[in-house]
Design a protein around this ligand. Structure first.
Ligand code: GLC
Ligand code: CA
Length: 536
């Protein structure tokens, strides 16, 4: 029987680096590229195949690099293009790959195109952006109207994010060719692919108020594939924040059928939000709904396309704080790896997850740097109390994920010799890479053991999904193919749970976060237990 070989990126393990907060090398309190270079051993030991670098391009840093003012140069905080080349070469020399974040939906308002567009009425770049005499009522993701007035002119420009991030007009063919050219240039430079920021917004029709997966989306993607993404060896992951799972599955799986290798889709991120009220309206997670969500994802991705599995990134709170408990630090984080990453998709680890980094204990508004958090406060105070807003910010602010990486118990956690741009988490002496590496219960060792096992078992790629129902606080599923079955058994409970497990004797343990737990017909699972088993 002919069997199509499995694309390499389905087996890969990806690690996201947020350069501002990974490692500082020159003592200015800001992470940089030489810093990353000095930490490649750590990533290799973890078993990482692909590094995703959040943007390092020149930027006024209103949105920490997601507001690019020059797509071809490196922001001096991070180093030089030569530093970047060294990093890319060093990553390749270790047999790993590296992809760059790229923001094609908007630029910075300091990009020369935009500056010319608003200052020069005859500018060829005017049509690179979206201007209207009359704004409509579309709201920005970062609170407030998505339109701002052009200074000294009777017109408005569109920005779906901050006013310093004007949206590009993808209807302009010359703009599109310019963007394809720059993608090709970066591939020629040595990147192995891209993470495409909010790419499902490029087909928008502002006047029809259709933003995500808009009417021009498919045509633009087809063109993008023809010009740049025709090689299925590239690693591309589209951030599809406004797509349904089936829309995401249609454009993934790599060329020729898909465009991107895989997609970040957002359905599971809404599970702890109040329906329709957005990210700041908090609600406890129900595992039943999580099951329904991942079942729906598996239904579509088992037919077509490929998913990217993630529980955290630079836009989300820390996964341990969100779904686990600091009292069960090791257990919660390791359990979460099994719960999320045993599913169908490529696992993305966000920096710090491998040591269970946690949300920062913010106490005052002045501690936040993130533009989304600050603007949310400014637009909401008056409608909600200070205390209410702070509660949402503490739980959900993106700054939770952006505090410096905790490497060791030295001052500033070994991140820098200087007070960093965002404070180090106060518990860094307890939780850091060096300490975890030598601990008898090491999160990073657990993670690398899992990633290694996953890589060599096709069942994680092609296995069907079967949920098991034990208890409302237990998330358990099997993956089955013609060769084997894997069982993932995880508890999201702070209390022990008694379990009736009729087929307990059919399973051999592969990896668990508590070796005292033996599967038996009647058994008790300790808080935040996580175990992976294989059918005998
Ligand atoms: C994406 C990025 C986020 C950024 C936004 C606007 O969602 O991940 O950090 O603020 O796009 O570029
Ligand atoms: Ca630095």
């Amino acid at each position: 029987m002919e069997k199509r070989s499995i694309a390499w990126w389905k087996r890969a393990s990806v690690y996201q680096i947020y350069p501002l907060s990974f490692q500082d090398s020159n003592g200015d309190g800001i992470g940089d590229i030489p810093g990353i270079l000095s930490r490649l051993d750590h990533l290799q030991t973890l078993g990482i195949d692909v590094i995703w670098l959040s943007p390092v391009f020149t930027s006024p840093m209103k949105d920490n690099g997601y507001d690019i003012s020059d797509y071809s140069s490196i922001h001096p905080w991070f180093g030089t293009k030569e530093d970047l080349k060294k990093l890319v070469d060093a990553v390749h020399a270790r047999g790993m790959k590296i992809i760059s974040d790229i923001v094609l939906n908007h630029t910075s308002d300091q990009h020369p195109w935009f500056i010319d567009a608003i200052n020069n009425p005859k500018s060829p770049y005017r049509d690179y952006y979206i201007f209207r005499k009359q704004p409509n009522d579309i709201q920005s993701v970062f609170s407030g109207p998505a339109w701002s007035k052009v200074p000294n002119r009777d017109e408005y420009y569109f920005h779906f994010f901050a006013k310093e991030q004007p949206d590009l007009n993808w209807q302009n063919p010359q703009l599109r060719q310019t963007l394809y050219r720059l993608l090709k240039d970066w591939l020629a430079f040595g990147f192995d692919g891209f993470r495409l920021d909010v790419i499902d917004l490029i087909g928008k029709d502002i006047d029809a108020k259709r933003i995500g997966c808009g009417p021009h989306y498919q045509t633009h993607l087809e063109e993008l594939k023809t010009w740049v993404f025709h090689d299925d060896n590239l690693f591309t992951v589209g951030e599809l924040s406004g797509s349904t799972p089936s829309q995401a599955s249609l454009v993934t799986g790599g060329p020729p059928e898909g465009v991107f290798s895989m997609a970040f889709q957002f359905s599971h991120l809404a599970l702890d939000e109040q329906p329709q009220l957005g990210k700041w309206a908090l609600r406890p997670l129900q595992l039943k709904e999580m099951q329904a969500t991942f079942q729906a994802l598996d239904d579509v991705f088992s037919q077509r396309g490929w998913n990217a599995l993630f529980m955290g990134n630079h836009d989300q709170p820390r996964s341990l704080s969100r779904y686990g408990s600091p009292q069960y630090h090791y257990q919660s984080q390791t359990m979460l790896f099994l719960a999320f990453f045993g599913q169908r998709g490529t696992p993305f680890i966000y920096q710090g997850e491998e040591i269970g980094m946690m949300n920062y204990p913010f106490t005052s508004l002045h501690e936040f740097r993130d533009i989304e958090s600050i603007q949310y406060y400014q637009h909401t105070i008056g409608q909600q109390s200070h205390e209410q807003i702070m509660q949402s910010l503490k739980a959900k602010s993106r700054d939770n994920a952006r505090t410096p990486m905790q490497w060791n118990d030295q001052p500033f956690a070994g991140f820098s010799s200087h007070s960093p741009w965002l404070p180090v988490h106060p518990l860094f002496r307890e939780y850091n890479v060096e300490k975890d590496r030598h601990a008898s219960y090491s999160i990073q060792h657990f993670l690398s053991a899992f990633l290694m096992f996953r890589k060599h078992q096709d069942v994680f790629i092609d296995g069907t999904l079967h949920y098991r129902t034990f208890h409302e606080k237990i998330y358990a599923y099997e993956r089955r193919n013609h060769k084997t079955s894997i069982l993932i058994l995880t508890s999201f409970s702070e209390q022990p749970i008694t379990l009736h497990f009729p087929d307990a004797e059919d399973w051999t343990p592969i990896l668990t976060n508590d070796n005292h737990v033996k599967l038996t017909k009647e058994m008790e699972l300790p808080p935040f237990f996580g175990g992976m088993y294989q059918r005998k």
